[in-house]
Design a protein around this ligand. Structure first.
Ligand code: NAD
Length: 253
């Protein structure tokens, strides 16, 4: 019974930013658990590469070009696909570190547009179909930076965007729970993806990340993906509005 509840056989899932990094790992995890997966990304070349990578592991996934900041496009894709069972709102950007007093309007708006607006456009567009079907699970990818401020990293725009994603998760969860749609989030620590490529692996910042983490390492995309797949499954049926922190103990210190 318990293993059965983890299975996603027959479910239809869409992962935004699914062509690389954590999103691609989520696509693989959901496919392995039996879902039919579509990876949606703004980067069409990366979509093809992601599909090829999953194909080589035996998983056929659909790919669709979609920039999450384009609300009209998001709505068109959602209306094309109809009621999917699982939406993973993973697309997100960080940009280089900038002291708050130097953050340009364009920088601030760009990060908020992808991380917060994009999450809302997708939740709203796909959520409408889930609500009509009376079922569905949405998993947002937040961040431990939505809870804490990494010292001494100047990333006000990123931290604010992820805190907002956490609160949006709770708001949608409360509104949609009576209508059968669950909304949760995962809040990861530093994960080994290109998003963190601005940090030199031999440099001081990288060392600080490692030293600040009780587990003494970065996380891997698969370690986030397994939590996302769990939250999307019936095994998490009692969970909605939860922000699952996966930080290797970072926030313990
Ligand atoms: P990544 O840069 O490796 O991959 C991001 C993917 O999203 C890429 O395929 C990119 O093309 C796509 N994307 C970016 N903007 C998009 C848009 N507007 N529309 C559609 N697709 C878009 O990033 P990642 O490290 O895998 O991060 C994925 C998510 O995890 C993000 O929300 C990020 O904030 C969050 N996160 C990452 C870390 C980390 O340390 N890497 C930690 C906590 C949370």
């Amino acid at each position: 019974m318990y293993l059965e509840r983890l299975k996603l056989t027959g479910r239809r899932a869409l992962v935004t930013g699914g062509a690389a990094g954590i999103g691609l790992a989520c696509a693989e995890a959901l496919a392995e658990m039996g879902a039919h997966v579509t990876i949606a990304d703004r980067d069409e070349t990366a979509i093809a590469a992601g599909q090829a990578a999953l194909s080589s592991k035996g998983y056929a996934v659909d790919g669709i070009g979609m920039d999450v900041t384009d609300s009209a496009r998001v709505t068109t894709v959602a209306d094309q696909l109809g009621a999917i069972d699982i939406l993973v709102n993973n697309a997100g950007i960080a940009r280089s570190e900038t002291p708050a007093e130097d953050v340009a309007d364009e920088h601030w708006l760009n990060v908020l547009d992808v991380n917060l607006n994009g999450t809302f456009w997708c939740a709203r567009a796909f959520g409408r179909h889930m609500l009509a079907a009376g079922k569905g699970a949405i998993v947002n990818v937040g961040s431990m930076s939505g809870f804490i401020v990494n010292r001494p990293q100047p990333q006000s725009y990123y931290n604010a965007s992820k805190a907002a994603v956490h609160q949006l998760t709770k708001s949608l969860a409360a509104e949609w729970a009576p209508r059968g749609v669950r909304v949760n989030a995962v809040a990861p620590t530093y994960i080994n993806t290109v998003l963190n490529s601005f940090a030199d692996r031999e440099g001081e910042m990288y060392k600080r990340w490692i030293d600040g983490t009780p587990q003494g390492r970065l996380g891997e995309p698969e370690e986030v993906a397994s939590i996302v797949a769990f939250l999307a499954s019936d095994a998490a049926s009692l969970m909605t509005g939860s922000i699952v922190l996966a930080d290797g103990g970072y926030s313990c210190w």
